[in-house]
Design a protein around this ligand. Structure first.
Ligand code: GDP
Length: 293
């Protein structure tokens, strides 16, 4: 069970109020907005709750929270992002600098090795823009006992990914996890960079096993929604990983992203250790968000 202090505590405190009048609903809306659900999602959710109260008899705090959970959860989408055994998959990890991409790559590999018996994994240092990113991935690879395909900084990311696929084919690897440059992309750059990578991957990896995965940072609130919009619009995102969920008292950003973009979530980062990447579990997430035990 994930534990999160913040939004849930504030909702619980508010629920103590006897009279569920207009001021109560306004306060609830404010709490949801401050919890990163965004104004539109918060307003819609509160409007729906008001209707529920009219039609259903919500007897106590627990009933109210369960109703809220059902309303907030209705748009959340989840996918499992599981590599196929004995076939090559390639996961391209996208996201702006600092969101947690490199960390997530190492943790995904660790998760697949420990939990899914997927052991032949290659890490691909596709962020050729920052020398430090290549070194960081090499270090992770070393710790995990995994091969890292890299070239010198400034080289073509497409070439690194090409080499990674060649190495994977030669070794019968089941998964390539590729890093990408995390500069704050504009749409034009993203499309240009990705169309080249798409072409290289498309020729050699089954389309169903090629996934573009966006990492967002839970602490950046509404910025994460904007990033998801730009990336999805430019390259089509198959799955989102929310990193640093442990580092925020808010965390509601998953809901507006799912509502607006309909992209499923696959994993969440919940701490600073290698095992702190867990599959995104809708129940667990909602319970932690609104403080249901
Ligand atoms: P990148 O620039 O996107 O590759 O980001 P990094 O992987 O270098 O991560 C940036 C920082 O976020 C590092 O200090 C990571 O340890 C930290 N980080 C990543 N994921 C999590 C998480 O789930 N929880 C916490 N607390 N820190 C994280």
């Amino acid at each position: 069970m994930l534990k999160k202090k913040g939004l849930g505590d504030r909702i619980k405190k508010l629920l103590g109020i006897e009279n569920k009048n207009e001021a109560f609903f306004e306060d609830l809306e404010d709490i949801l907005i401050e919890g990163d659900l965004g104004a539109v999602t918060a307003m819609d959710a509160v409007a729906e709750l008001k209707e529920c109260i009219k039609t259903k008899k919500l007897k106590n705090e627990q009933d109210f929270l369960l109703e809220m959970k059902s309303i907030l959860g209705s748009s959340i989408k989840v996918n499992s992002l599981l590599p196929e055994k004995n076939k090559l998959s390639l996961y391209l990890i996208l996201g702006v600098n600092g969101v947690g991409k490199t960390t997530v790559i190492a943790r995904m590999a660790n998760y697949y090795m420990k939990k899914c018996d997927i052991n032949k994994i290659i890490l691909s240092a596709g962020d050729t823009f920052r020398a430090a990113a290549i070194d960081q991935l090499k270090l992770h690879g070393n710790n995990l006992g995994l091969k890292v395909i890299h070239q010198k900084s400034g080289s073509d990311p497409g070439a690194v990914i090409y080499d990674s696929i060649s190495s994977a084919e030669a070794k019968g690897a089941e998964l390539v996890i590729a890093d990408t440059a995390g500069r704050m992309h504009n749409k034009e750059n993203l499309v240009k960079e990705l169309s080249k990578i798409n072409k290289i991957v498309g020729q050699r990896v089954d389309q169903n096993n090629y996934k573009k995965v966006l990492v967002i940072d839970a602490t950046t609130g509404q910025n994460a929604l904007q990033q998801a919009e730009i990336f999805h619009d430019s390259v089509g995102i198959d799955s989102i990983i929310i990193a640093k969920y442990d580092s925020t008292a808010k965390g509601g950003i998953v809901i507006p992203i799912c509502r607006q973009l309909e992209i499923p979530f696959s994993f969440m980062g919940i701490g600073e250790k290698i095992d702190d990447l867990i599959p995104f579990d809708k129940e667990n997430y909602l319970n932690s968000l609104i403080g249901l035990s």
